[in-house]
Design a protein around this ligand. Structure first.
Ligand code: OOB
Length: 535
């Protein structure tokens, strides 16, 4: 079954005409890399058997074909969706390229996701199977996967096709086909799935590789989860493969592991969220490691404060690049030759001259230049709608197809975007996105809870953490905060979604129309912090 391409035909034609969409597909990208860079190292990392692997492009291409054959033998067919739920290991690339080679669509889950999320991805995407590992992060992924899907590939038992499955030949995908489903951080009940096409995504990959100056000598450290859009394509794994460079998979993002890998593998570029950047900088300031190879540290996923931004160059001997992107599309970069002032104080500018960016007030009217407003965007790699979510799409996009990012920004005279806040009901916990409503629903499933409201509280390390307000059903039987946290965790959600603090209250402040006022709740918390002198 083919998923519908959501771009209006005349818009697609215009992007092709302008040369943004070139007709390249994922299998084409791999074939080009194998043909052009066959003998160069594509990926280095420690595999699930704890053995250091180093595969050339030719070897990765062979493995992808083998995995495709093995998946086919298991019954996976072109067009099928398969949830990829893997940590950062070289096998990740073999599996994802195996799926693309077969014409199956990966649905990208994060290693931190748990049963309730993965079950939802499988059901919503009608996925035929899950590729995962056994024990990882003190949790048995494969065992959970088996409760969800009849087809589970546990790569700890070997990659599909290792037993010598026949290679398969399948019809090439069309460039305007949906190539995979990416996850959104979400703002409402459940995370949304984001359909990305070969044409749109690979345009952003090629343009990103160009902006970031990638070459066959680039050695990129994948420290954040490979499945996240930042690590995957900004310019990430795919940009590096487009350029014929090398991807190094980090088993953990912690500074000891990563600074060690940077030195040992000659890493030239890495991508991190601000709390990790802070941890790496602190470690580097203390240990003063020799990292002559490192040229660029990309920081994105959440706002990088200018104080941290200014410490990165001196501590790591690398140029900072700020990246403000979203799985839905639009990605902004500070350019490598931008003045320091721009690199430290802004989140950069869009990839493409065809990215349309509007900054608007509450009535969707453009605000005067330089003023803060909500960011709307439309362009050659920004989706026009979430997968099977017509109701949500009606409000998440304007009638003329602009995506409402939910971010508050202003644009400097030089054209750079500065993120100043957000209008969406989402907490950005150091780059990990928590949809307030999703966690509130989990809390409200507790028999003693009448209502719940989650707000973000400023946090020095994470940028924000979550604070849950809860109204008990029976004021004489208030549930203990620790029990509520455990309750949410036991419902099988990623640990980063479990509220950092739970506070039981009698009532919520309400807005003029009687809705729970998260703004008032946030203000109350801020007041409390100020009183304590901790704000
Ligand atoms: C990236 O993607 P998502 O989908 O996890 O989250 C997108 C949201 C943005 O709408 C914004 O609210 C926030 O994350 N964000 C930033 C930021 N980068 C992302 N807020 C402030 N400053 C930044 N630099 O997070 C993502 C996707 C591709 C590349 C980089 C990040």
């Amino acid at each position: 079954m083919k998923l519908e391409n959501p771009y209006p035909p005349e818009v697609a034609a215009a992007y092709r005409e302008a040369g943004y969409w070139t007709g390249q597909t994922f299998p084409d990208l791999l074939a080009t890399a194998v043909a052009g860079h066959g003998g160069r190292t594509a990926v280095v990392g420690t595999d699930r058997q704890k053995v250091r692997q180093s595969w050339t492009y030719a070897e990765l291409g062979q493995r992808a074909r083998r995995v495709a054959g093995g998946l086919h033998a298991l019954g996976v067919r072109p067009g099928d969706r398969v949830v990829v739920w893997l940590p950062n290991v070289p096998e990740y690339l073999a599996v994802v390229w195996g799926l693309f080679t077969l014409g199956a669509l990966p649905v990208f889950a994060l290693p931190a996701h748990r049963e309730s999320e993965v079950r939802y991805f499988v059901e919503h995407a009608e996925a035929v199977g899950i590729v995962t590992v056994s024990r990882h992060d003190r949790y048995d992924h494969a065992e959970t996967a088996r409760r969800i899907s009849p087809l589970v590939v546990d790569v700890d038992e070997g990659l599909p096709g290792d037993d010598g499955a026949e290679p398969v030949t399948v019809a090439a995908p069309e460039p305007d086909d949906v190539a995979f489903l990416q996850l959104s951080g979400g703002t409402t009940g459940l995370p949304k799935l984001i359909p990305r096409t070969h044409d749109d995504y690979l345009y952003s990959v090629r343009a990103s590789a160009d902006i970031c100056g990638l070459t066959p000598d680039t050695v990129f450290l994948a420290a954040l989860p490979c499945a996240h859009n930042f690590t995957m394509s900004s310019p990430g794994l795919l940009g590096v493969m487009h350029a014929g460079g090398t991807v190094v998979t980090a088993p953990s993002p912690d500074p000891d592991t990563c600074l060690g890998l940077i030195a040992a593998e000659g890493v030239t570029m890495a991508a991190v969220v601000p709390p990790l950047a802070a941890a790496w900088v602190a470690a580097a300031e203390k240990q003063e490691p020799d990292l002559p190879s490192l040229q660029v540290l990309q920081v994105g996923g959440a706002k990088c404060g200018s104080e941290l931004a200014a410490r990165i160059g001196p501590a790591l001997g690398a140029r900072l690049q700020q990246v403000f992107g979203m799985a839905e599309g639009l990605v902004n970069y500070t350019r490598l030759d931008d003045p320091d002032d721009v690199v430290v104080h802004t989140q950069g500018r869009p990839i493409s001259p065809a990215d349309e960016v509007r900054v608007v007030d509450e009535q969707d009217r453009d605000v005067p230049p330089g003023e803060v407003g909500a960011l709307l965007t439309r362009g050659p790699y920004t989706i026009r709608g979430y997968y099977r979510a017509p109701e949500h799409n009606a409000t998440a996009f304007t009638a003329d197809g602009f995506y409402r990012t939910g971010d508050l920004v202003r644009i400097t005279a030089g054209g750079d975007v500065v993120v100043t806040g957000r209008v969406k009901e989402q907490i950005n916990r150091g780059g990990e996105k928590v949809a307030a409503e999703e966690v509130e629903n989990h809390l409200m499933a507790h028999p003693a809870v009448l209502d719940a409201a989650i707000v973000g509280v400023p946090d020095e390390y994470l940028g924000e953490r979550t604070h849950a307000y809860v109204i008990p059903r029976d004021p004489d039987e208030t549930p203990a905060p620790a029990d509520l946290r455990r309750f949410v965790r036991d419902r099988g959600v990623a640990a980063f979604k479990v509220p950092d603090r739970v506070e039981v209250v009698d009532a919520f402040p309400v807005t003029g129309v009687g809705k729970t006022s998260r703004r008032a709740l946030r203000a109350a918390l801020a007041d409390r912090h100020r009183e304590k002198g901790t704000a």
